[in-house]
Design a protein around this ligand. Structure first.
Ligand SMILES: Cc1cc2nc3c(=O)[nH]c(=O)nc-3n(C[C@H](O)[C@H](O)[C@H](O)COP(=O)(O)OP(=O)(O)OC[C@H]3O[C@@H](n4cnc5c(N)ncnc54)[C@H](O)[C@@H]3O)c2cc1C
Length: 397
């Protein structure tokens, strides 16, 4: 275990993809960089479906992004499956096949790989270390039963969805109950799986306000999970009950799933909100899920966490080298991932009225068809749909 310093150049709170990639970018420049995480192990437990766009798909989703190195060149053993299609099932079971080059990655190995790169670049990492409060330039942390004040020139907040560390700050994201999903997932073993396909199931009976997924993890194992947004939860049952129902009662999915057993169980929160308008306040930068930098339409946040983290690390370094103000971070992330994140939120808002009823879902997917779904899944809004956004937004108000 390292001894925590009382002073540091750059302190990063959170060792998920956003914090680790920030740590790597910051440490490469030679500034003293410390990453802390309250967990005991990087990448564990895996709170992720582990589905990512392949390097080939990244420019289709994030056409302006240039800081994508960590999303393009990871070691081969991190990739568990290469998938070719996403199949979306309507509430009535009709299926839509969308070509999409995806990777299912081992998130534990992926996170540990970035952590190792950051350490090699000179960053320090302290586990079982919780940030309690940020005040001016001092972060109070708790580790091994002790409270320590760490004075820092830049703080990068990478502590995930609904982080309480931003309470009281003007940049704290404002959430309504529509703006996040509770998610719950089993790694299900002993089932038959097509390793080239990711499946997404819609329907108010199984995943109210979101969707359920089957993501292959080999030919007899898959990440099977779903999200629930509370305002859509008419049955008022727990998220675990919804997953049980999906596994045992869904007319299509249950045929394969009901013979399986969970090998692990995880839950979490995923932002379905717009990204922060500004992710900079004094010497604080906010990245990844903590800044709602995830695709609100589908709940995917690893690529945008990696890119926003790297940009925050670079911005911190340029600030410490007196090259540019910290506020430049806002320009950088908005340029590289801002448009896709905003589109993701607009798609979510347009889908909100539809997700209230199964017949609306069936009709909407029929109207969209595979051609428009091809764009939507990549965070692009077909022109014809753009006119619907203000209507959907006013219905939901
Ligand atoms: C079940 C589930 C399935 C998902 N599936 C996918 C998927 O298939 N593809 C995809 O792209 N995205 C998926 N996501 C979303 C994705 O996991 C997140 O968008 C991504 O992990 C965000 O990275 P992050 O670094 O911003 O935050 P996180 O990964 O949440 O990391 C935050 C870190 O901060 C630490 N932390 C929190 N508070 C403190 C504190 N006070 N002090 C110290 N440390 C702290 C936490 O321990 C954690 O390690 C899924 C999420 C869930 C929950």
């Amino acid at each position: 275990m390292i001894t925590l310093p009382n002073e540091i150049d750059i302190l990063i709170i959170g060792g998920g993809p956003a914090g680790l990639s920030a740590g790597l970018a910051a440490a490469k420049s030679g500034f003293e960089t410390l990453i802390i995480d309250k967990k005991r192990e990087i990448g564990v437990p895996i709170q992720c479906g582990e589905f990512m766009p392949s390097p080939k798909e990244i420019p289709n989703i994030l056409p302006e992004a240039t800081h994508t190195r960590l999303l393009e060149n990871y070691p081969k053993d991190i990739v568990i499956c290469e998938t070719k299609d996403i199949i979306i099932y309507s509430a009535n079971g009709k299926k839509y096949v969308i070509p999409f080059d995806g990777y299912v990655i081992d998130r534990e190995k992926f996170d540990k790989w970035i952590a190792r790169l950051a350490l090699r670049a000179g960053a320090k990492l302290s586990l079982s270390t919780t940030a309690l409060e940020i005040k001016d330039s001092v972060v109070t942390v708790s580790t091994r039963g002790k409270k320590i004040n760490v004075s820092t020139k830049v703080v990068i907040v990478a502590s995930g969805t609904l982080t309480p560390l931003l309470d009281g700050f003007p940049i704290k994201p404002k959430f309504s109950e529509y703006d996040y999903s509770h998610v719950y997932q089993w790694v299900l073993g002993g089932i038959e799986v097509d390793t080239t396909v990711v499946e997404m199931y819609s329907g108010t009976r199984y995943a109210p306000g979101t969707y359920a997924w089957i993501i292959p993890r080999g030919d007899d194992m898959a990440n099977v999970g779903l999200g629930v947004r509370e305002p859509f939860n008419k049955d008022g049952v727990s998220i675990g009950e919804y997953l049980h129902r999906f596994m045992h009662e869904h007319p299509i999915a249950s045929n394969r799933l009901k013979s399986g057993s969970p090998l692990s169980i995880v839950g979490g929160l995923v932002p379905a909100a717009p990204p922060l308008e500004t992710a900079v306040y004094n010497n604080i930068l906010v990245v990844g899920d903590a800044a709602n930098m995830a695709m609100a339409s589908i709940g995917a946040g690893v690529p945008t966490a990696i890119i926003s983290g790297e940009l925050a690390g670079i911005s911190a370094v340029k600030y410490l080298e007196n090259e540019s103000p910290l506020a430049e971070f806002d320009e950088l992330w908005q340029k590289e991932i801002g448009e896709t994140l905003k589109n993701g939120y607009r798609i979510r808002v347009m889908m909100d009225p539809v997700l209230k009823r199964d017949d609306f879902i069936n009709l909407a997917l029929d109207i969209l068809g595979e051609k428009m779904l091809y764009d939507i899944i990549r965070g692009r809004i077909p022109k014809i749909l753009d006119v619907l956004y203000p209507i959907a937004a006013s219905i939901m108000k």
